[in-house]
Design a protein around this ligand. Structure first.
Ligand code: NOJ
Length: 933
């Protein structure tokens, strides 16, 4: 007899899909359904319940009671539950009681449950008292999912609807809206999901939280579907008292609202923003901002809770505790960025956000506001693993991002004012380079006080406000931790100098007597990463030349001695300090440098001090010593003691990938930057090798791979990739060096970025790369500030060229970086053409290529996918990640698109014959290959 598995195999789909297709469920695409029907016909398969009994010889039936409202949510729950139950040998029977056409029917008459089912799952369906009594009399195991009905003895699974309503409304409040209407499901409607009432309460609570009262004129109830949303919105508009934003208690109502607004000629979001709840499967295509709920997760959990009782295992005594799953904000176009709002120029709007009393009050939260609790924003739960396994993290270099006070140096209030850019771009988190008090000998990587904010960047209250502002937008925040060295202005170093050669305070750093008869030679031959010796001699308190201290970087950055317990204790305390303030984690500077080989032995060759060991040869005595791992295990324990997923990210220039992977073993850090990827040549074999190797190395320790192309220490990739293939990465470019071709560089950079964003794992972006910014390669030498320039005796230009303040508005002074002309590094005149306002909304601009790429990455779940290489000609990389095919052409000639493939996204235009030109990445949906079930 033909089994369902045979049909599934022939059709190239899962057994659950076969079952769904044969039963005509709407969650199966037409193409898949046709394929399944064809296979079933060929194999003469009949879908009768007896024929479709599944594995293990066990059979049974679970009745699933569903309404017709929120069909997306119900479909997603049922589909996921079905996967689990099918595997265990159970068939699902759907009972639809929600359609208005069934309004007069009582569920249990139709379903005749006692004779036919072994368990019941109630999905998004409130039951009347009659039905409840019948259910109770059946004494069947059951579970409720978001149903608003409590059935004694049954577990219940739901989201926190109140919090979802609050999150949606706070999103609007955070964008500066104050006249926010609420359209919600009418409780008098028999089929309105009770969740709507809770969500509306969440809306009210959010307003109360800002000292505002919901206005009755701005509240309308109607049916909990698109039609209801449309009617409610028309009523709102007819009242004449227009809101600037609408909160809808479900996405269907929200979509109805958007349609009504568009029909009335009201622009969304310029005139009215709209947010819903659910993350309906059309919400993405609709550009609808929403608060998402984990629907499939609810289905899987519900099915899981039934398996025990179905297998005859008795349930535990007492009422089961309800399972409440979190929700998270997904901002899209329908709430837009504040700068888009009609009649409010960006700067005025920015100030209004900064100065509203409600926002300011966030900065006055006690420092420990989030201690011991998960930060109160909706956070992205991930059925496939925690957020950091697939997040896109955007690096903000504070001094060059946005300047609020016109001193030419970016600051924290400037960042807050521009946060909506990051929301619009679609990243998950930001990493902030150091903003702590510092003499700025190395642009803040010389920290004098780890628990405060340097006045050039703002105040500690601004850091708190930044954390709150990011949190309210669903963005996570990582801060930079600099543990290898302090600033020479750190009180510990002052104490060490004052203590003299025998003082205990010296032991916190690496002080040694010099070599040679009068100690005038450095203690060993180590070189500073920035050039020159890694040792500086001090003048002792008595005025005589004395000991030497180690600084692997600038003289102003003395290395700490990590053998000392007080150094270890201090950094644990610093971690706790920022965790208590609510940060989501730390990027750990020079993570491979903290522990030095005990004998401080000389090291030759000395020419590559920044990198760790190559694939061969001895390990340098200053890098990647085994002792560092113990430190990170301690830190991991600290982070794990906090709620939420707080993370550690290693900046460790360590090769090969296997050696780097040791930093991300399960009890150490969460991620490590993949610099081998950043340094890989722009060629198909090199990229293939580095991708494969990186994936394998991180998989071996169960960590996510990371991908990075640019940061504040390297030539921007829009310039670097224009260098002849195979050129070692230069340390800066100056006006008298050969100038790389910016057009070629940008073309490759865009292709590289789309390739990177299609890879599973976590990706890092560096501010300005979304604008396609090149390196400033003609920066006047006299304005250079990177210590590398001076310390290398002007042999290396250093890193200033990638740190130039970024352009926001083409025609504004300092291109919108700050209110005036001031900019700590001069901006090139060509910055105007890269400005955000020249690119936003312009199809094919680098910014829009990034934005679409990021959106699709999230929608297609590329971050949690896998790479399957597909056959391709020389010079071309071609692979599959989930339902997406990715093709990059590194070769000299254009290549044809694979037969029948549909273009989803591209880093640049196809050629006139529809082929993929050189240095272009395309994202494709397969045409004639079987899809994923
Ligand atoms: C790595 C940082 O990224 C870089 O900017 C800094 O100069 C060194 N570490 C020293 O802290």
């Amino acid at each position: 007899m033909t089994r369902i598995e045979d049909v599934a195999r022939l059709a190239g789909v899962s057994t659950a899909t076969v079952s769904r297709a044969l039963r005509g469920l709407p969650t199966v695409s037409e193409t898949t359904r046709r394929r399944v029907l064809l296979a079933a016909e060929q194999l003469d398969y009949s879908a009768s319940p007896s024929a479709s009994r599944l594995a293990g010889g066990k059979t049974g039936t679970v009745a699933v009671i569903v309404p017709r409202i929120t069909p997306w949510f119900v479909g997603a729950v049922v589909e996921a539950a079905e996967e689990v139950l099918h595997r265990a040998g159970y068939e699902l029977l759907l009972y639809n009681i929600g359609g208005r056409e069934h309004a007069r029917h009582r569920l249990l008459h139709r379903a005749n449950l006692p004779k036919r089912v072994d368990a019941v799952m109630l999905v998004a369906t409130p039951l009347g008292t009659d039905d409840l009594a019948t259910i109770a009399s059946l004494a069947l195991p059951g579970v409720t999912v978001s149903s608003g009905t409590v059935v004694p003895g049954w577990p219940s699974i739901r989201i926190d609807d109140l919090a979802a309503g609050r999150t949606a409304t706070e999103h609007l409040l955070g964008l500066g809206h104050r006249r926010i209407a609420c359209i919600s499901g009418d409780p008098a409607d028999e089929y309105a999901h009770p969740a709507h009432l809770e969500r509306r309460r969440g809306y009210q609570e959010a307003l109360h939280g800002r000292g505002m009262l919901p206005e009755p004129r701005l509240s309308v109830e109607n049916r909990a579907d698109a039609e209801g949303g449309r009617l409610a919105t028309e009523e709102l508009l007819a009242r004449g008292d227009r809101p600037t934003a609408i909160f809808a208690s479900c996405d269907e109502m929200a979509m109805g609202a958007v349609n009504a607004l568009r029909t009335a000629g009201v622009r969304v979001p310029q005139e009215i923003s709209v947010v819903g709840i659910d993350n309906h499967d059309l919400a993405g295509a609709f550009g609808l901002s929403t608060v998402a709920q984990p629907a499939a997760e609810q289905g899987r959990l519900a099915a899981g809770t039934l398996l025990g009782p179905l297998a005859g295992r008795s349930r535990t005594d007492g009422e089961p505790t309800p399972v409440i799953l979190p929700t998270w904000l997904v901002p899209r176009d329908s709430t837009g960025p504040p700068g888009k709002t009609e009649g409010q120029p960006v700067r005025a709007r920015r100030e209004s956000i900064l100065n509203t009393p409600d926002t300011m009050s966030e900065s006055h939260l006690p420092a420990t506001a989030s201690t011991g609790t998960e930060p109160d924003v909706a956070r992205r739960p991930d059925p496939a693993g925690p957020w950091w396994r697939h997040a896109v993290i955007y690096q903000i270099y504070p001094r060059s991002f946005a300047d609020s006070d016109g001193d030419g140096i970016g600051d924290l209030p400037g960042i807050i004012a521009r946060l909506d850019h990051l929301v619009e771009l679609g990243v998950d988190a930001v990493w902030l380079s150091p903003f702590y008090p510092s003499p700025q000998a190395d642009a803040g990587y010389d920290v004098a006080d780890y628990r405060d904010v340097d006045p050039i960047f703002g105040r500690l209250a601004d850091a708190d406000q930044l954390l709150a502002a990011a949190r309210s937008r669903g963005l996570r925040v990582l801060v930079d931790l600099v543990p290898n060295h302090t600033s020479s202005a750190h009180p510990w170093f002052g104490a060490a100098l004052a203590a003299g050669p025998d003082g205990q305070e010296r032991a916190r750093y690496v002080f040694r007597d010099g070599r040679g008869p009068d100690g005038a030679e450095p203690p060993n031959d180590w070189q500073s990463v920035f050039g020159g010796p890694a040792w500086t001699r001090v003048t002792e308190p008595d005025g005589r030349p004395g000991q030497w201290y180690l600084h692997l970087f600038d003289t102003g950055q003395p290395d700490l001695n990590w053998d000392r317990p007080e150094v270890r204790a201090e950094f644990v305390d610093i971690l706790r300090y920022w965790l208590d303030r609510g940060v989501d984690g730390f990027r750990v500077d020079v993570a491979h440098g903290l522990v030095k080989q005990a004998d401080l032995a000389d090291w030759r060759p000395q020419d590559e001090p920044v990198s760790g060991p190559g694939t061969e040869g001895p390990r340098p005595p200053m890098w990647d010593q085994d002792g560092v791992h113990e430190i990170y295990r301690d830190w991991r324990r600290v982070l794990d003691s906090y709620p939420g997923e707080r993370i550690l990210v290693a900046e460790a220039w360590v090769q090969p990938a296997e050696r780097l992977a040791a930093y991300v073993r399960p009890d150490e850090m969460h991620q490590a930057f993949n610099f081998e990827y950043l340094e890989a040549s722009w060629s198909a074999p090199a990229q293939y090798a580095v991708i494969t190797r990186s994936l394998a190395a991180s998989a071996a320790v169960g960590a996510p791979t990371t991908w990075v192309l640019s940061n504040h220490d390297v030539l921007r990739h829009a310039t670097r990739l224009a260098l002849p293939v195979g050129t070692p990465r230069p340390r800066g470019i100056g006006v008298d060096d050969p100038q790389p071709d910016p057009v070629l560089g940008l073309r490759r950079a865009r292709a590289a970025t789309l390739l990177m964003l299609s890879l599973p794992g976590s990706a890092y972006l560096y501010q300005g790369e979304e604008l396609g910014l090149p390196e400033h390669t003609t920066l006047p030498d006299e304005s250079r500030q990177d210590p590398t320039w001076a310390r290398s005796g002007h042999a290396e230009r250093g890193r200033d060229g990638c740190r130039v303040p970024i352009p926001w508005e083409a025609d504004a002074p300092s291109y919108g970086f700050g209110p005036g002309d001031a900019s700590w590094l001069p901006q090139p005149t060509l910055w105007a053409e890269y400005a955000l306002d020249r690119q936003r909304g312009v199809p094919g601009s680098t910014y829009e290529v990034y934005r679409t790429g990021l959106r699709l990455r999230r929608e297609l779940r590329l971050g949690t996918g896998s790479v399957y290489w597909l056959e391709s000609p020389d010079g071309v990389l071609y692979f599959r990640n989930g339902a997406l095919r990715v093709l990059t052409n590194f070769g000299a000639d254009p290549v044809e698109l694979p037969a029948g493939a549909e273009l989803v996204h591209a880093s640049g235009p196809l050629d006139p014959d529809g082929r993929v030109p050189t240095d272009v990445t395309v994202w494709l949906r397969p045409g004639d290959e079987p899809g994923e079930a």
